[in-house]
Structure formats: C-alpha cells, structure tokens
Write a protein that binds this ligand. Structure first.
Ligand SMILES: Cc1cc2nc3c(=O)[nH]c(=O)nc-3n(C[C@H](O)[C@H](O)[C@H](O)COP(=O)(O)O)c2cc1C
Length: 366
C-alpha cells in the first residue's frame, strides 16, 4: 500500500473530485472535476508512483463567476471507483461525521477497502460550512461539541471494524443496540485515518484517533513549520502513538522560473475568480472589519492561491528543493494541487520525482 511505502516524503493529489480543484481561477483550462478526468488522473498517478489521492467533502459550491467547487463527486463512491481502476495508490474518502450514520459509513468504507484490497483511507471531517448543513436539515453543533460527537462516531466505527459483534453503544450522542458489521476491513487491518483539525480541539482529536494529521505549513519560515511538526509528533508520542504529519501545497512547475511565475500570476492574480474568493472569505468571517487591512489582503490572496495551501512556484530544481526542505522540517508528506492535474502531472512526475529520488527522500518509481 502506497501510504506504507518507504517514501520519506509522500506525495498525494488533493481536491481532484471538485470542479476547479483548489484553484479559484477562471482560466478555461481549470480542472473539470469530471469522472472521465478523474479516471485518467488516477491511472496516471498510480503508474507514476504518487502515494495518495485526497478528495474534498463538499456539498455546495462557493458561487462566484465559476461557482467554484460547484460540481463535486461524492468521495466514498469516487474512491470506490478509482480503487477498482488502480493497483497501488491509497485513495481517501472525506467523510463528514455529523452527516453520515456511522453504521452505514463503516460499511461503505469497508466496501471501498475491499475493492482496493486495503488501500482505502478515511479523512474524518466535522464540517465548518453552515450553509451546507442547512441543506441537510442538520444543525451544526458548537465547535467543541463537533469533536465530542466525532469521537463517538469514530469509536463506533473502529468497534464495528474490530472483532466485536452485537454490541451496544450508549454515548452522549449515539445510542445504538445490536451493532454488527461484516465483512471486516481488508486483510485484518483497518483503513488509514487522517484529520486536519486546525483548532486545539481538532488537533487533539487527530492526535488521539488518527494515523495522519494535516497542518498548515508556514509561508515564511521553515523553522516555524518544523516546530509545528515537532509539536504534533510530540503530542502523539505522549499518547504512545506515531503520527504522520502532512501539509498542503499548490504547485506551479515549469521549465523556467519566468514561465512558472507568469503562469501562476496569470491564473491566480489576473484571472482569479475574485467573486468566489470573497464569498469564501465571508463564510469564514474574514473581512477588513474582523482584522487589520494588511492581514485581510494577505488572507485574500492566500485563498486565491490554493485556499491557503503553500504555494511552490518554480523550475523542477526549485520545486524539488522546496519539497526536500519540507521533508527536512519533519513532514511525512504533502498533498498537492495543480490547476489542471492531468495536463501538469506528467511534467511534475518526469522532472521533480527523479530529483527527490536522487535526494534519497523517495524510492525509485515502480
Ligand atoms: C488537507 C485538509 C483537508 C480538509 N478537507 C475538508 C473537507 O473535505 N471538508 C471539510 O468540511 N473540511 C475539510 N477540512 C477542514 C478541516 O477538517 C478542519 O475543519 C479545519 O481545518 C478547521 O479546523 P477545526 O475543525 O479544528 O476548527 C480540511 C482541511 C485540510 C487542511
């Protein structure tokens, strides 16, 4: 399984199940998010040795000129289809705990895991977007309670995946009797579990329950990133657990620095979907009223540039050097996005991956 390979820096693709992926841009070549393109991408990534595919659990688009992320493929069914088409790559489903009954979710995930012979992974999310919850007629809980609920949810799921049978669960939120679920996950293991909570409560949840944790890398200081990684790993080791620590990056890689910078500027400055960016900021309560203007403007361009992911722009040498630095900062892996994944992945794989292999942070490709 790719997520258990010896790659010291694992590389995944983030957001391909959504229209526009993670680039809030109007350029015509922006990502379609269609099944045909996802199928092509997954096969290409699997053959090139990419480690994982991480989708976004999104139910409603953000509007704007492009209805950014307006068309999305549901992630467990998306993962099931892609797992059937691939051989080694790990494929995640991103599951909103408050929206999925845990007994159904446990079985859907086991089904995906059998299709992929052990390659399914769970990204557990509690949700933050009120409008999405309204559409389900589900009331979003207060922030702390979201993770209390998620704790019960993941506890039940892990029990269903274990050898327990016909058990009861009497929690604060979940009250269930005669629970059983067969088959068990593939091969006597369980799917790899990740979470990306940013708050102290969200991070504590990840440390207690997950194998992989995603955090935001500093845009300005590698030292700061290294400290964040070390803090997360230390917190996990205090619980006697090993935690893989990952981050999110947005890559623009071209043969020359000038080409890379020009394309980056073209997509996400000149042709950014600013009306969508402003809607995203409003949902997150980021405005000149809630913070000083320079910080607001930095956040605004940060969201346009890959929704807060770390922008990595340059030649193959420069991109590889940045990834090597992130590995040195202690990161286990990075989930990257590209404006058009299928168009841009071959150049990345042909040029950047060999440099990472030569630097000793990735194995030679299959
Ligand atoms: C890599 C990554 C993937 C995420 N995927 C989703 C997602 O698909 N759906 C979602 O509602 N939230 C997603 N989130 C949001 C987080 O799960 C989390 O809610 C957010 O970072 C805020 O942290 P908090 O819940 O601790 O406040 C993601 C965050 C990251 C960094």
């Amino acid at each position: 399984m790719a997520m258990y390979s010896n790659n010291r820096l694992q590389i995944g693709l983030f957001g391909a199940n959504c229209s526009s992926g993670r680039a809030v841009t109007m350029v015509p070549e922006r990502w379609s998010g269609s099944w045909a393109d996802n199928r092509k991408l997954a096969r290409m990534a699997d053959e090139a040795g990419i480690d994982f595919l991480l989708p976004i659990g999104r139910w409603k688009g953000y509007g704007g000129d492009t209805d950014y992320q307006g068309a999305t493929l549901e992630t467990i069914t998306w993962a099931s289809g892609l797992l059937a088409l691939t051989r080694r790559i790990t494929v995640f489903g991103t599951v909103h705990a408050p929206l999925f009954n845990p007994v159904i979710a446990a079985k859907e995930m086991v089904t995906a895991d059998h299709i992929g012979e052990g390659r399914f992974g769970l990204n557990i999310v509690v949700g933050w977007n009120e409008g999405e919850f309204e559409m389900f007629g589900v009331k979003q809980r207060e922030h702390e309670q979201r993770y209390d609920y998620a704790q019960e949810w993941i506890d039940v799921i892990k029990m269903i995946w274990s050898d327990r049978q016909d058990f009861e669960f009497a929690g604060k939120y979940l009250n269930m009797k005669g629970i059983r679920g067969k088959p068990k996950p593939w091969g006597g293991t369980r799917p790899v579990i990740m979470n990306a909570g940013a708050s102290p409560t969200g991070q504590a949840f990840a440390v207690r329950n997950c194998d992989a944790f995603f955090l935001q890398a500093s845009r300005t200081s590698l030292e700061e990133t290294a400290q964040r990684v070390a803090r997360a790993k230390n917190a996990a080791s205090q619980h006697g657990r090993a935690l893989g620590v990952y981050t999110v990056g947005v890559i623009t890689c071209r043969p020359t620095r000038q080409e890379a910078e020009e394309y980056y500027h073209h997509c996400i400055v000149e042709h950014a979907d600013w009306s969508a960016v402003d809607r995203i900021l409003a949902m997150k309560n980021i405005s000149p009223e809630t913070m000083p203007m320079p910080e607001f403007l930095a956040q605004r361009s940060g969201y346009a540039q890959g929704m807060g992911g770390l922008p990595i722009v340059g030649t193959p040498d420069e991109v590889a050097d940045k990834l090597i630095d992130l590995s040195k900062a202690g990161l286990t892996g990075i989930a990257i996005s590209l404006v058009n994944y299928v168009d841009e992945l071959p150049f990345f794989c042909d040029e950047v991956l060999p440099r990472l292999e030569r630097a000793g942070i990735r194995e030679r490709r299959p």
